[in-house]
Design a protein around this ligand. Structure first.
Ligand SMILES: CCCNc1ncnc2c1ncn2[C@@H]1O[C@H](/C=C/CNC(=O)c2cc(-c3ccc(F)cc3)cc(O)c2O)[C@H](C)[C@H]1O
Ligand SMILES: [Mg+2]
Length: 215
């Protein structure tokens, strides 16, 4: 049977990128998705905004919701200092398997903990299982209708504390209206929109950065 798009993305990495060179992995995926087949990676334009937020926060523990092929996992992990790590949740086993190989090719496996499972099942176990006190940065890029319920779950589990930064992809396209309304109207968040474009296109999209102010 035909290969899947994530399998073709992995092949592009393995033929075009250099083992142990995260930037070449990012460049290979962006080139493939811009010139061969579009795919829903955060991409280079929004990826630069993601990079600037990671550098600004200099997080020790990062949570990523929705690994997909591991593109944004590599973008985040390549900027983390020794001792810092990104826990990334992916519930589709085929995507998780591809992402593991992309992360391995980039040489960043020591900074990444890829957990195969659903956010709703794993978030309540984060403290106990991973010894996480609170996340410094959360990157939301999974099913758009899950952004709000998972944010509320993270709050309930005490995984969002004063200073935690939430960075959400696709707040315009496909859009996350209930999440946007929540973080923009809540007195507990200071929210900021970074206008950009849908990956590899001229369509408007953007990232929303929301800093938790405490209770
Ligand atoms: C209950 C499960 C929830 N918990 C979960 N727990 C763990 N993993 C989860 C959970 N829910 C989902 N996932 C995983 O995350 C990934 C899902 C990612 C979803 N992303 C989009 O849908 C999107 C669409 C467009 C787009 C824009 C314009 C278009 F025309 C077409 C497409 C652009 C974009 O940048 C986009 O990120 C992955 C495929 C999926 O297995
Ligand atoms: Mg996205």
């Amino acid at each position: 049977t035909r290969t899947s798009r994530p399998q073709r993305i992995l092949k592009a990495v393995q033929t075009k990128a250099t083992v142990g060179d995260p930037q070449s992995v990012i460049t290979a995926i962006d080139h493939f998705c811009r010139h061969r087949e579009w795919a829903m990676n955060v991409g280079d334009e929004k990826g630069s905004i993601l990079d600037s937020v990671v550098n600004e926060v200099s997080p020790v523990t990062v949570l990523e919701l929705g690994t997909y092929c591991g593109y944004s996992t590599v973008r985040i992990a390549r900027l983390l200092p020794p001792g810092a790590c990104v826990i990334t949740l992916e519930f589709n086993p085929d995507y998780a398997a591809i992402a593991r190989q992309v992360i391995k090719w980039s040489g960043l496996e020591d900074k990444v903990q890829l957990v195969e499972g659903a956010s709703g099942d794993w978030i309540p176990w984060m403290k106990e299982h991973f010894g996480v006190q609170a996340f410094d940065l959360v990157f939301l890029d999974h099913w758009k209708e899950r952004y709000l319920p998972d944010t509320k779950l993270l709050e309930e589990c005490g995984l969002i504390q004063k200073g935690t930064v939430l960075l959400a992809d696709n707040v315009i396209c496909p859009g996350t209206p209930d999440y946007l309304e929540y973080v923009r109207n809540s007195p507990h968040y200071n929210s900021q929109y970074y206008r950009s474009h849908l990956e590899y296109t001229k369509v408007e999209d953007g990232l929303e950065k929301s800093v938790f102010l405490g209770y």
